[in-house]
Write a protein that binds this ligand. Sequence first.
Ligand SMILES: *[C@@H]1O[C@H](CO)[C@@H](O)[C@H](O)[C@H]1NC(C)=O
Ligand SMILES: *[C@@H]1O[C@H](CO)[C@@H](O)[C@H](O)[C@H]1NC(C)=O
Length: 428
Amino acid sequence: MKCVSALVVIAVGQRTTQAASGSEGWASVREELRRSIREGYPAAVGREEARGYAWQMLHEFRSMFVLNYKKRLYASAGHASMAKHKVHYFFSMLLSMRALPNFMATWDVGARGTECAKTVGTRAPCLVIAKVDGYQQSGVLVPNPYFAHIDEWDARARTWGATPFERRDPRVFWRGAVNPHCSSGNAARLAALEIASRHPKLFDVKWTAFDPPRCNEIDVVADLKSAQGAFVAVSNFSRYAALLNLPGTMGGSYSRNLNYLWPQGAAILLWNSKAVEWYYPALRNGETHLGVDRGSLAAAAATLVRDATILQNLRARATRVFGSFLCGKCLERYWSDLVEALRAHFRFDLVLDDDAQLKNLLVGLDCDDLRSIDLGNWSSFYDDTHATPHTGHPCVYSRLDDTDPLYALCRAAQLDDVTSSEISSIVR
Ligand SMILES: *[C@@H]1O[C@H](CO)[C@@H](O)[C@H](O)[C@H]1NC(C)=O
Ligand SMILES: *[C@@H]1O[C@H](CO)[C@@H](O)[C@H](O)[C@H]1NC(C)=O
């Protein structure tokens, strides 16, 4: 009898938690997505507003726009940092998905998402991979680009987390760099390293590169030179029961590392910060992860070592965060929700699905400045040591010619324009 009732309790408990990170979590994520669009940009009620948004992007934000037209991606030659990995990974992730309907947006290539407010404001939709100051910051959240190819990411992530629980090191694990940026990310790193150095039984938290910032905001109290640790590949993170995430070194916002933690079958500790990513509305402190800071990190690690129930619940919930939000299909689901929401709010159907309208918008554009973006040989850019996209540029940027539908339309727009101005000068 006792056994039966215990089983019932477990079953009910599982159902409840599943709802929280599954459908209920998605509802929160989608609501924040829609809120950021609704409150961030006046809705296009008709063709004129839709034209206004698209025109701004094509002509005013030339180096920032991303256009998906007839299942092909385009940007301008001057797309900021085209040589960089991040830009390539962003496009390769999009190209690895099922074809998305026509849409346009600007994209802030930065880690903090602050360019959206500074440069674009409310004049066009602006995509960001993180908001360093929280949800109210301008912009629309998209997944960071370090998944690079959703199928490849999925296949790799599903092989991680293999170490059985009994064989795991019970300590909290972290590896990473401290660099000279005076960012909250480096401040958090120094604080965590210092706390860990005082509790070696609870932490295996070590740096792999150490060049600490010298600035007033950040004081380094302890001598952390000895807190060096050997590099550990992502595929070996599951040797630990609990994993710590710290804000990124560069901007103190998102951390690429966090992508790799959810699938490890470990409890996740997230350093408290205002920065948010797209799936954060689904996270619950104490359920999906433990929020920690300077004051609570040591106690949280001690709890995990002491309390098996808390640890096991956190492990199970972290795995569900991966299965619901960070799997390849999950990333794709978010992107298709996002594109649908953008199309509805900015009425891209009225200007991008209609060639006559789009042609009109292309008048005055330098057609030779447009580039198409295709997936190149991406098999080399996941690196087996890091198990992450690490080197290489998986995208190919091409100049366009008359065989390309956008180029043909763009050229025709310039010719029409010449013809119509000639006609008007003759009339005059
Ligand atoms: C993972 O750890 C094992 C044991 O220390 C080691 O032999 C192996 O090389 C590591 N894997 C990677 C990819 O570094
Ligand atoms: C793609 O890259 C891989 C790994 O570098 C290489 O082995 C392969 O030959 C390349 N394929 C093509 C078609 O270039």
